[in-house]
Design a binder for this molecule. Structure first.
Ligand code: ADP
Ligand code: MG
Length: 728
């Protein structure tokens, strides 16, 4: 038996459950490692607290004196919790999180040791940033990058380190991270949505975007995973035959959670609670060994930070439970991949969810305003939305036949469709002041009742309205939510600004009453957004054809999708909305294209290694054994031997054919890669990787999986899907 695999199997089977149990109530644990407003009240002077609070609520600047005071208090709080180090915690364009720990410990002028942390250390740092991707920004400008404190996301302690959420910008102010554009987009949607919400309620002074993500992931035994360089290095299995029993019986979804998994979840939830991540839901997902975790929704910036933090600690805690957690969008072919639904809405400072139908016709007009403008925004920028979730990993879901398709459409359900159609037909032309307002209020008034029955859901839709929020379902499990959230909030902000201009113009020029003007603009939007609405089966072939007829994009690969970012309309959109200037946008395009190329290049190298140093040798060994068997038979039976040896001979031939296929497709892979790498333009290179390199993976896989089925199980070196995917 292959030694490593055998040992791994034995470890996995005999693994004792690492139980985890906590006595305290969740509410006691919640945010206990976070420098919350409550903690600030205890540790800060009243004046300092008020200044920080204003900075959090209104984005005002914090003075140097106060930042010194906050730093000292933060240090006291952190040390009282056992922290010894601090770090500026940020989200560079790698998509992951970054940190560099410094001790509070210092030596004063007299050579005495002390603990020190002041305002300058809190507010700004200069990490050695040259190794983070910058897409040429820092070559063009200035080589330095700075991290700067983001008071809107509270500091927290993880392990013994005080983590201070920060933005990461270049010397000249260009964003080098995912958080900065997000904050700008959230500010844009705040301003635009507040202006529109004021039509309905003068007391609205602020609108927050809210986000509730649902994180899907796989757990596999660490020892079994370690027999697989593909899983360890690329996060996904590049070869491997699907197990005879996968998800056909639907017996995993919502089933009872395996013991080992539940103990991991408990420890993860415990740590999430301490860090203020309000996790609430856990369950088995569709595929074997696949699970989901979802929190209570939060303000979008905080929710994005919390998701990034969660993905980081998941790996660490999984390791304690002898698991490897897989966040890849498609770790195992033949069974479902993992996504991360982004539930999104808008919330006023008066506590109203703007995407929740109200009790009165007027509040429903408000609901319809935000509902319809969001649909319009998605329609205008459907391809940009697709590009916001582009990655090599996510292409396996979006371009493959599962999860949402690469075509962006909006599902609103039959009842809201009926409401929109009623609204559209309330009167023929533009509603004039003379027309009975009853008519439209009637239609508008019907909504809350109708929505009570929110049963018709469509799981194939990438962007679905689910009663009081939109659910963007095409986000990949491994992605930083900041990118799709930046896009969504920017396009909605833009649409709300345009909407307000149109309404104000009607009020001014046509002398319409406010709600008549709103009503008229919305009705035009309803007429013009039919293309993006789709309630049918998003996986069907007929939808691909229908979508093409409607002029919707169907960008199956990352290079195609990323190209959208260079469209003039897109560059102007982000620039005019103050979210990203053209330099920042082009940098992101380059970085993501580069990442796409690198990911596939790395995978192709892993695949080649797997074939050469694992699959070929195992196949040769087994084939050699068969040959010896045939030789033995020949010795015994002489002339008659082929009658007895035909099974072995057949296997020898099959193996030869598969080895031949494997060998020649590996040659093809190398050639295709060399050719792609010789392209001088990044765009051409990425395109070559998508259309020439990646398809060869499938040919190699087919041959390798064929061999897996023939070769003696005991000499196969890689843990098989049937072993990886069923937790004992
Ligand atoms: P499901 O979509 O699985 O049926 P729910 O509809 O209950 O489940 O909610 C899923 C997610 O949506 C949760 O993470 C929840 O916090 C989030 N959510 C609910 N309301 C909002 C909202 N107003 N804004 C953002 N996210 C929300
Ligand atoms: Mg959901």
């Amino acid at each position: 038996m292959n030694k490593l695999r055998f040992q791994a199997l034995r470890d996995a089977v005999n693994r004792p459950t690492n139980s985890f149990h906590v006595e305290e109530k969740k509410s006691t644990l919640f945010e206990s490692h976070v420098f919350t407003k409550k903690a600030m009240r205890t540790f800060l002077t009243k004046q300092a607290f008020l200044e920080v609070d204003e900075a959090i609520e209104k984005g005002t600047k914090i003075t140097r004196a106060v930042s010194d005071h906050v730093a000292a208090s933060m240090k006291d709080w952190a040390m009282s919790m056992g922290a010894t180090h601090y770090t500026h915690w940020f989200q560079p364009l790698t998509g992951a999180t970054a940190e560099k720990h410094d001790a509070f410990f210092d030596i004063d002028a007299n050579g005495e040791g002390l603990e020190h942390f002041d305002g300058s250390q809190l507010v700004q740092q200069e990490p050695d940033a040259s190794s983070f991707p910058n897409g040429g920004i820092r070559n063009t400008f200035e080589a330095r990058g700075y991290t700067a404190w983001d008071p809107s996301s509270p500091a927290f302690i993880y392990d013994t380190t005080l983590c201070i959420p920060t933005i990461f910008v270049s010397y000249t102010g260009e964003a080098l991270d995912n958080k900065t554009p997000l904050l700008r987009a959230l500010s844009a949607v705040d301003v635009a949505a507040t202006q529109v919400a004021k039509y309905f309620d003068k007391n609205v002074t602020r609108v927050q975007a809210t986000l509730g993500w649902e994180q899907e992931y796989f757990l596999v035994d660490k020892a079994l995973a370690s027999t697989r360089p593909d899983i360890m290095l690329a996060g996904r299995a590049l070869v491997g035959h699907p197990p005879p029993k996968g998800q056909q019986l639907d017996d995993h979804y919502f089933g009872s959670i395996p013991n080992r998994a539940i103990n991991f979840m408990r420890e993860l939830e415990y740590n999430s609670m301490l860090l203020g991540i309000p996790v609430k839901t856990r369950h088995n997902e569709v595929a074997p060994n696949q699970f989901e975790l979802a929190p209570i929704f939060e303000e979008a910036n905080l929710a994005v930070d919390h998701n990034a933090l969660l993905m980081d600690i998941m790996g660490k805690i999984a390791s304690k439970h002898q698991f490897k957690v897989l966040l890849h969008e498609k770790p195992f072919s033949g069974i479902n991949g993992s996504g991360k639904h982004n539930n999104w809405s808008l919330l006023t400072n008066t506590g109203v969810n703007l995407l929740s139908p109200g009790k009165t016709p007027m509040s429903n007009l408000q609901f319809l305003t935000f509902f319809i403008t969001t649909i319009k925004a998605v329609q205008n920028y459907e391809s940009l939305i697709r590009s916001s979730i582009a990655s090599a990993g996510n292409d396996h879901r979006l371009g493959g036949n599962e999860a949402p398709p690469a075509i962006i459409s909006v599902f609103i359900g039959s009842q809201l469709s009926a409401v929109l159609s009623d609204l559209e037909n309330v009167s023929k032309g533009k509603l004039s002041p003379q027309e009975k307002t009853d008519l439209k209020l009637n239609v508008v008034g019907k909504i809350p009742e109708i929505l009570l029955d929110n049963t018709d859901r469509n799981r194939t839709s990438p962007f679905a309205f689910t009663g009081n929020k939109f659910e963007f379902r095409a986000v990949g499990s491994n992605q930083n939510c900041a990118i799709p959230m930046t896009v969504l909030n920017t396009i909605v902000a833009k649409q709300l600004i345009d909407f307000k201009k149109e309404v104000d113009a009607l009020i001014k020029s046509k002398k319409l009453k406010k709600d008549d003007a709103i009503f008229n603009v919305l009705r035009e939007y309803i007429k013009n957004t039919k293309n993006i609405l789709f309630d049918g089966d998003g996986y069907s072939d007929s939808w691909q054809k229908e979508a093409a007829r409607r002029g919707l994009s169907n960008l199956k690969t990352t290079p195609e999708a990323l190209r959208i970012r260079l469209d003039e309309t897109v560059i102007n959109l982000f620039d005019s909305m103050g979210v990203m200037n053209p330099v920042e946008q082009k940098a992101r395009y380059e970085i993501q294209m580069e990442q796409y190329v690198q990911r596939i290049e790395i995978e192709s190298l892993i695949l080649e290694n797997l074939v050469n140093d694992q699959i070929l040798p195992a196949s040769f060994k087994y084939q050699h054994m068969l040959i010896q068997n045939v030789e033995g038979l020949k010795h015994i039976y002489e002339k008659n031997f082929s009658k007895h040896a035909h099974v072995a001979l057949g296997s020898i031939e099959k193996i030869s054919a598969l080895l031949d296929a494997l060998n020649s497709s590996c040659d093809d892979l190398r050639d295709a890669r060399t050719k792609a790498n010789s392209m001088s333009k990044l765009d051409d290179k990425a395109q070559m990787y998508a259309s020439n390199v990646l398809p060869i993976f499938d040919t190699i896989r087919k041959a390798a999986d064929g061999l897996e089925l023939i070769i003696d199980d005991s000499s196969w070196p890689l843990a098989k899907f049937r072993e990886l995917l069923f937790l004992r």
